[in-house]
Design a protein around this ligand. Structure first.
Ligand code: SF4
Length: 411
């Protein structure tokens, strides 16, 4: 498993299939973070977890504890080949077109077992969308697939499922049973064609026409790609469904969602979440969904989540604020973004999403956020809205809060 250096110690990413871990696994992560790290855990915008502050002499013991908990890759060297995102409600939303959870498992297993695919960049990412009502459709992916029915999925490269007429359309459709072969052909073709500097599909597309890629993929397949998909558009999803109580599939249980403030958990909170439900799903909004909850327990559970400090409604400040790691953990940061976001939360206007970024890399937001505060010095930010130019510069957090309040219609 990968442990990357960071300013506050090693950073151990734990990739979770469909964002899911059992209560026992959550306890193991919490315990490992206390034993070998700083006791803090990040919820990432790819629905994974990261243990922060891992001590250098503890790395081996940490990895062994996580592998024992069933959180490691299935083959050595394949930790990064688990970068397949799906909806937090995959397999749990009765309105979805397809339960993609088994397909996601198949793809992750297939990618881990093929040693050639271990050459893919750790950032090379896939998405499999079952048409759930809750889905992160704003993140671009190297390869995306989206169900159009239980029997067929469309796919595209270096982008996201089209939602509007002017979006880049899907490239082709395949039968559900053909998806593993299609994905393998796409990944092998990428590796056949990419130069060493081309680590992502978007890089390859700067030198290789999409039709050439599709032609080579077609040659590898024993079935024809259906190219008649130009007019397909993905129905909207509703990010607010990550909050509250929802019926889980067609069964008797419900799932309950809440937001982890600024994507940062401490070990005690993660352990407490594990005590509340047998299964937990992390989401790309850095939030959690507790699964398999008896309906009678749901309301008290929402209160327990609020008591743990999680945001339980989409209108709360911490449901509308994201911040990257910031200066305590990242050497590139100009400011302590998380501490500044805590300050901003006290005077957030009643509407609008805000993203605090320590530098222009924008790690916390793979999608466009209504307002971005870009750090330029400790405690100072340039403010961006829709346009590429800043609308206000060098603001303190108090000045930014006043600016937001003035520009929010409901304020
Ligand atoms: S956005 Fe910049 S400062 Fe923030 S975590 Fe990423 S690299 Fe570090």
């Amino acid at each position: 498993m990968r442990i990357a250096p960071a300013r506050d110690g090693g950073l151990c990413r734990i990739r979770l299939a469909s964002g899911e871990l059992t209560a026992a696994q959550a306890r193991a992560v919490a315990q490992a973070s206390l034993e070998f790290g700083s006791g803090f855990i990040d919820a990432t915008n790819r629905a994974n977890l990261q243990i922060r502050g891992v001590r250098e002499d503890s790395q081996e013991a940490l990895v062994s504890q996580l592998v024992d908990a069933g959180l490691g890759p299935v083959t050595p060297g394949s930790d990064d080949q688990r970068n397949v995102m799906s909806s937090p409600l995959a397999g749990l939303d009765s309105h979805a077109l397809l339960d993609v959870a088994p397909l996601v498992s198949t793809l992750i297993g297939q990618m881990q077992r093929d040693a050639r695919l271990h050459q893919l960049s750790p950032k090379f990412a896939l998405m499999v969308d079952g048409g759930e009502r809750l889905a992160m459709l704003d993140h671009p992916h190297d390869v995306w697939l989206s169900a159009v029915s239980a029997e067929r999925l469309v796919f595209g490269l270096a982008g996201r499922p089209p939602r509007f007429e002017n979006n880049a359309p899907a490239l082709a459709a395949v039968k559900t049973g053909h998806v593993p072969a299609l994905v393998d052909a796409l990944l092998q073709t990428f590796l056949d064609l990419a130069q060493p500097w081309q680590t992502r599909m978007r890089d390859l597309l700067t030198t290789c026409p999409i039709e050439e890629i599709l032609g080579r993929v077609q040659e590898k397949l024993g079935f024809l790609l259906d190219r008649d998909v130009e007019h397909w558009r993905r129905p909207a999803s509703d990010a607010r469904l990550r909050f509250g109580v929802h019926r889980q599939g067609t069964g008797d249980s419900v799932c309950v969602g809440a937001q982890v403030p600024l994507g940062r958990l401490d070990a005690a909170t993660l352990s407490a979440l594990a005590d509340l439900a047998p299964r937990i799903r992390m989401t790309p909004w850095q939030s959690v969904m507790l699964l398999d909850v008896p309906p009678a327990d749901a309301r008290p559970l929402v209160e327990q989540l609020a008591a743990l400090g999680l945001a339980t409604s989409p209108d709360e400040p911490f449901a509308r604020l994201i911040a990257c790691t910031g200066s305590p953990g990242c050497a590139k940061s100009f400011a302590d973004t998380k501490a500044d976001a805590q300050l901003l939360a006290r005077s957030m206007p009643p509407a609008g999403d805000v993203h605090l970024s320590g530098c222009a890399r924008s790690c916390a937001a793979a999608h466009r956020v209504e307002t971005t505060l870009m750090a330029v010095a400790p405690g100072r930010y340039d403010l961006y809205g829709d346009a590429p130019e800043a609308v206000a510069r060098h603001l303190t957090i108090e000045q930014a809060a006043r600016w937001l309040a003035r520009s929010t219609p409901d304020a």
